[in-house]
Design a protein around this ligand. Structure first.
Ligand code: NAD
Ligand code: UDP
Length: 315
């Protein structure tokens, strides 16, 4: 009898991170069901796998239950950019809560292992810097980011309660800001905004004074971390991010200098509850997964800019 092939369900698989994950799983010869409602995902992101016998694409909303036979659930479905998750905040909270509830129900029924794509946003506007997994966070429960931050917090809670009550196998990744090819040009996140602005010859928009910090992880590094977490024995929550910390102004300068050094940086109002600083402690990922990012911001910006350049010419 041939060795059985792992059957993966990737929710949010047509999105930015999900589609890169699918590439890795497909390249490894596994079966993949990509499930997406196409809110921020695009069929083109997985078009390379259409007609492949190991690949299926399902249009479905995770807030509705679904019955499928799978071994592993990579639960990524949820808009990640503030512009998108604030578009319909009630829907965002439902996606995190009901979506995770439905996927845990599926995992329990078929005995699948579920990995939740949680976020550094569970730390809110952190009072501890850098952030280890033991930090419990500083989230405003009623601000404009709460639909996402609190949604992910309750999603983590549901995972642990399914583990305690039903023995469901869970893995929790707390993902820090990730960037790379296939981000949407109108995504609203900072890396895509700056690259698109610079390629269009427009000023780069710093929100506030641009001195707030973020730590940017290239998508290939993140996907490697997710795969190690799913395959390993450590449940998490575990931080996956690049510890290299930059002010938003430094990021703008790097992007501008690579594309068009004559462009202006302009300041615009800082959105409500925008975290002042963010940097992962990744000791746990190093110890438990033998993982750390290998791609620097400068190295990662190159293919990301090239991808946007290509798509702005040929959308
Ligand atoms: P993305 O917006 O590109 O992808 C999200 C995908 O989920 C899209 O394809 C979207 O259409 C789909 N989706 C949204 N709501 C859905 C629903 N109700 N039912 C079915 N599909 C739905 O975002 P991303 O950057 O690829 O993020 C993927 C996951 O990783 C998200 O859960 C996000 O919270 C998490 N994450 C990402 C980052 C990051 O920097 N990229 C950081 C922290 C956490
Ligand atoms: N930001 C900015 N200009 C932009 C888009 C974002 O200065 O055009 C800032 C934003 O205010 C935040 C940081 O960049 O401080 C990261 O924003 P993003 O939306 O990418 O991620 P998040 O805030 O969720 O970490």
């Amino acid at each position: 009898m041939p060795a059985s092939i792992t059957r993966n369900l990737v929710t949010g698989g047509a999105g930015f991170v999900g589609s890169h994950l699918i590439d890795r799983l497909m390249q490894a010869g596994e079966e993949v069901i990509c499930l997406d409602n196409f809110f921020t995902g695009r069929k083109q992101n997985v078009a390379q796998w259409h007609n492949h016998p190991n690949f299926e694409l399902i249009r479905h909303d995770v807030t509705d239950p679904i019955r499928l036979e799978v071994d592993r659930i990579w639960h990524l479905a949820c808009p990640a950019s503030p512009v998108h998750y604030q578009f319909n905040p009630i829907k965002t909270a439902k996606t995190s809560f009901l979506g995770t509830y439905n996927m845990l129900g599926l995992a329990r029924r078929v005995g699948a292992r579920l990995l939740l794509a949680s976020t550094s946003e569970v730390y809110g506007d952190p009072l501890v810097h850098p952030q280890p997994e033991s930090y419990r966070g500083n989230v405003n429960t009623h601000g404009i980011r709460a639909c996402y931050d609190e949604g992910k917090r309750v999603a983590e809670t549901l995972c642990f309660d399914y583990q305690r009550m039903h023995g469901t196998e869970i893995r929790i990744a707390r993902i820090f800001n990730t960037y790379g090819p296939r981000m949407l040009p109108d995504d609203g996140r900072v890396v895509s905004n700056f690259i698109v602005q610079a390629l269009r010859g427009e000023p780069l928009t710093l929100y506030g004074d641009g001195l707030q910090t973020r730590s940017f992880c290239y998508v290939d590094d993140l996907v490697e971390g997710l795969i190690r977490l799913m395959n390993g024995e450590h449940t998490g929550p575990i931080n996956l991010g690049n510890p290299g910390e930059f002010t938003i102004r430094q990021l703008a300068e790097r992007v501008r200098d690579r594309i068009n050094p004559s462009l202006e940086l302009i300041c615009e109002p800082l959105p409500e509850d925008d975290p002042l600083q963010r940097q992962p402690v990744i000791d746990l990922a190093r110890q438990q997964l033998g993982w750390e990012p290998g791609i620097s911001l400068d190295q990662g910006l190159e293919p990301t800019i090239a991808d946007f350049r290509q798509r702005l010419i040929d959308p």
